[in-house]
Design a protein around this ligand. Structure first.
Ligand code: BGC
Ligand code: BGC
Length: 852
């Protein structure tokens, strides 16, 4: 034993010494302190089956190298055709967030099945690739079958954590498996078992808790619910393959940076971040997704220590490791289409969306031929894939269109399923404040329902909802679902009360009480990363609304929609009651079951939810259960019931310094930086950017990948109409006072645009900075500059930063004095380029631009 351990260490050292890139990382890695004994051996309930093992050997012995590597390639449905599947026989494929059969958001279950069936049939067709191994389809069913219109959408994991009910979680997973099976899909990329330590992380809501306790209990239940149990229905006709993700440490990166670096010690990595794997693998999770993040400076996708030595060899995981979305391409020395290091480290399936799959396939085959990847490693990877397929009956089950639940559309969003979701919604609500026991409310009152989340199923469902970011859904995208307002209105009207609805809190007859539903706009992954937790920073209008109702003597019940705890001291002060509702999903109506009494004035359902995340007392606080000097506003486990007396009061400290944008005014840095909003303009028409592509006459916009997913965007001006992209602040009458952006423009300010030119540029491309709303006294406060020369001389197809001294702009003095209200890039000609960063720097060194 000891000997084996020492030899592993020696091998790791040798490997490190041999490769240049890795040597660099090795410095931070402190290899000498690696300790495999920290990690337990896990006895999976799913045992090795000698019959399956014999079949694996038999199949493997007949496979060509090309067929083997194809098993390891997972392309995305937007980038392959059924013919590609026939030709190459990929082991699996996926649909990314917002990818649908025929690119149709409203694809029906039978469209999903048709695609699954066609891909399957092509995979077992050996006419071109000589292989009859069935493929499998993986999807992100992370809160129900969330890519499919009409599915039951459960609260996101953060809400389920507050419910702290492992039995319910298993039911949810079973419902999810059923709905996924209705569309002919085999495999889901869930559960996320991240333990989330810094709520500024954009994926906080994908985690159950900041503490491993609930994560550990839940991983087991979810995996059992999805896959069935080893004792009875394991991967039977009603189950799907599950994935525990993202291995490992995704919730513990520095500053909560998505895809960032986790610097914890190995013991802490295990204690805090590994618990979902410990329990998930014990009940037989068949796949593990490698994480985008690094541990101690090394990308997990390239970590042989974590993927092979720890996960496979030590913990005994015998399923496969799937990569995350081109995550292999982020390993130093790798690119999306070339990465032997990942396979050598222990990755079994490359998740390779985009058109990189083809060169990756070819390069990998070559690398095996050249001995860069040992054939034994390939055989191990393919054996793992075959093992999972055999265990899941993929070889023996009928084809996707002919399975137990396929096409049973009545199961998708069935009443029974929605009832499970409603229970989850009720149990996930956490009551933070209930001054004078204002809740529960009599349904016979005159109730004003306000706030822009009250009748907005998209907003209450958050990211990973039909589309990746979840920003472009309307209530019509949720047939069978309900908004929070729907439930309130139905019950109030049925009980003889009155309901008035107004987003901005207008009313005819003065209401007895206002229920204001507000919160974060949807986001997913890095797009949701934040610098601090101050809710009011982007959303002053909600506080203004609460205050104005309060000032009119109307008691206020706040229902807060969010993917994380946030600093809401001022909003709490302005509310009589405050409910953290997280991201409840498609069954918003269930909230009324808790807030309202029934007709006979009895409580219908009391609050059950308890915080699985500490609630911050300060806007810049990072606070977790068991911290030394633990000082949350509400501790882990907090949650009032109707039997409790609330003593919070209305005088929480509200002081909050707007965190100054340091030196730079950032408009775009991998994402639009609040409070700016981006729109696409064509002639007199303007369209807010809410989706990954938009087009108007003369202009098309779409997100593209620079370093990570969708961290840049491409604008294509066609010349058919004067058009533009425009960063501006939305004007909101309620927040007039907050409209001004402190202009950081100084004499030496420089506008920086990081861009990639993608066409010839012959027509003017105008930058316009404006410090006025069109009809103010500041007329003339607009500065323009033609950047077409700089653009034309930027290298083609390469990222490059152009710098423009603001001295070059007319009227820049006025800009200094007044607040900036918009930045526009417009053209009437043809030009195409991508942008990844737009900012004004007040002290730029080496400005290389002349004004003429
Ligand atoms: C996006 C990717 C993202 C993925 C997640 C896709 O639609 O384009 O950037 O990582 O969804 O599934
Ligand atoms: C996410 C994963 C997801 C994958 C496939 C990635 O962007 O990080 O959680 O499973 O996309 O959609």
């Amino acid at each position: 034993m000891k000997l084996k351990y020492i030899s592993t260490l020696v091998t790791s050292f040798l490997l490190i010494a041999c490769s240049q890139e890795v040597t660099e990382q090795g410095r931070n890695m402190n290899q000498a302190s690696r300790d495999l004994t920290i990690w337990p051996k896990i006895q999976s309930e799913v045992k090795v089956d000698p019959l399956i093992e014999a079949r694996i050997d038999e199949i493997l012995a007949q496979m060509s190298l090309e067929q083997k590597v194809a098993q390891m390639i997972q392309p995305e449905i937007r980038d392959i055709t059924v013919e590609d599947m026939r030709r190459y026989g990929f082991g699996s494929y996926l649909n990314g967030g917002g990818a649908f059969p025929n690119n149709n958001k409203h694809a029906t279950p039978s469209d999903w099945i048709d695609l699954a069936e066609a891909m399957y049939q092509a995979s077992i067709d050996d006419s071109l690739d000589g292989s009859t191994i069935p493929t499998m389809w993986g999807t992100d069913a992370v809160h129900g079958h969330n890519n499919v219109i009409g599915a039951t959408l459960f609260p996101h994991n953060i809400g389920l954590g507050a419910a702290n009910n492992a039995e319910l979680i298993e039911k949810i997973a079973r419902v999810t498996a059923t709905e996924v099976m209705v569309t002919g899909i085999d495999w889901v990329f869930a559960p996320t078992v991240a333990t989330v330590r810094d709520d500024r992380w954009g994926r906080t809501y994908e985690g159950y808790s900041e503490d491993p306790e609930i994560v550990k209990a839940y991983a087991k239940s979810i995996v059992r619910g999805l896959q069935g149990t080893a004792q009875s229905d394991f991967l039977g006709d009603k189950q799907v393959i599950s994935t525990v993700k993202h291995f490992i440490g995704d919730g513990g990166t520095e500053n909560g940076d998505d895809q960032g670096n986790n610097t914890l010690s190995e013991q802490e990595l295990f204690d805090i971040h590994a618990q979902g794997y410990v329990s998930g693998l014990a009940v037989g999770a068949q796949s593990v997704m490698a994480s985008f993040n690094s541990w101690q400076g090394e990308k997990i996708h390239g970590s042989k220590y974590l993927l092979t030595d720890v996960l496979k060899n030590r913990m005994g995981f015998d399923g496969f490791v799937v990569g995350d979305w081109n995550g292999h391409g982020q390993i130093p020395g790798c690119s999306n289409d070339n990465c032997p290091n990942a396979v050598n480290a222990g990755l079994d399936i490359y998740m390779v969306p985009t058109d990189a799959w083809k060169p990756l396939l070819e390069n990998t085959i070559d690398q095996v031929k050249q001995g860069i990847i040992p054939l034994t490693r390939i055989d191990d990877a393919v054996s793992r894939i075959l093992r999972v397929k055999l265990r899941a009956g993929i070889f023996d089950k009928p084809s996707p269109a002919n399975r137990e639940f396929s096409g049973k559309v009545e199961l998708l969003g069935s009443k029974e399923h929605r009832d499970v979701a409603k229970q989850a919604v009720r149990e996930s609500l956490v009551l933070l404040k209930n001054d004078n026991n204002i809740l529960p409310l009599s349904p016979k009152l005159n109730v004003l329902v306000a706030g822009d989340a009250a009748d907005n199923i998209g907003k209450q469902s958050g990211g990973w909802t039909i589309t990746w970011q979840g920003t472009n859904n309307t209530n019509l995208d949720f047939p069978g679902g309900s908004s929070i307002y729907d439930g309130l209105a139905e019950q109030i009207i049925a009980s003889g009360g009155q309901v008035q609805y107004s987003v901005t809190g207008q009313f005819n007859a003065k209401p007895d009480v206002a229920i204001v539903v507000f919160g974060e706009e949807p986001y997913a992954e890095g797009q949701g990363d934040r610098d601090n937790l101050a809710y009011q920073q982007e959303n002053p209008k909600d506080l203004a609304l609460l205050k104005s109702l309060k000032a009119q003597g109307i008691p206020v019940v706040s229902v807060f929609i969010s993917g994380r705890p946030m600093w809401v001291n001022a909003e709490l002060n302005a509310s009589n009651a405050f409910v953290a509702a997280w991201l409840p999903g498609s069954e918003g109506s269930a909230i009324a079951d808790v807030l309202l009494k029934d007709k006979e004035n009895h409580v219908q359902h009391d609050f059950k939810g308890k915080l699985s995340f500490s609630w911050p007392k300060f806007f810049n606080q990072v606070v977790n259960r068991f911290d030394e000097n633990y000082q949350p506003l509400f501790p882990y486990g907090f949650g009032l019931t109707y039997k409790d007396t609330d003593k919070l009061g209305d005088d929480l400290a509200e002081d909050f310094q707007q965190v100054s944008q340091v030196q730079d005014m950032r408009f775009f840095e991998g994402k639009v930086i609040s409070p700016w909003r981006l729109s696409v303009v064509s002639g007199a028409q303007s369209l807010a950017v809410t989706s990954n592509s938009h087009s108007l006459t003369g202009i098309s916009y779409r997100t593209v990948d620079k370093q990570v997913q969708e961290d840049a965007f491409r604008v294509e001006f066609s010349g058919d109409e004067k058009s533009a992209i425009k960063f501006e602040q939305a004007y909101d009458p309620l927040t007039e006072a907050n409209l001004k952006i402190q202009t950081n423009i100084k004499d030496n300010s420089t506008l920086l645009l990081t861009l990639k030119r993608e066409s010839e540029v012959n027509a003017p491309v105008i930058i316009n900075l404006s410090c006025e709303a069109e009809d103010t006294l500041n007329k003339g406060c607009t500065s323009r500059f033609d950047i077409s020369q700089q653009l034309a001389s930027a290298p083609l197809a390469k990222w490059h930063t152009i710098k423009i001294s603001l001295k070059c702009l007319t009227a820049s003095d006025k800009l200094k004095e007044s607040g900036l209200s918009s930045l526009t890039l417009s053209s009437s000609g043809a030009a195409t380029f991508s942008l990844s960063d737009v900012r004004i720097q007040s002290q730029a060194s080496g400005t290389n631009t002349q004004c003429d």
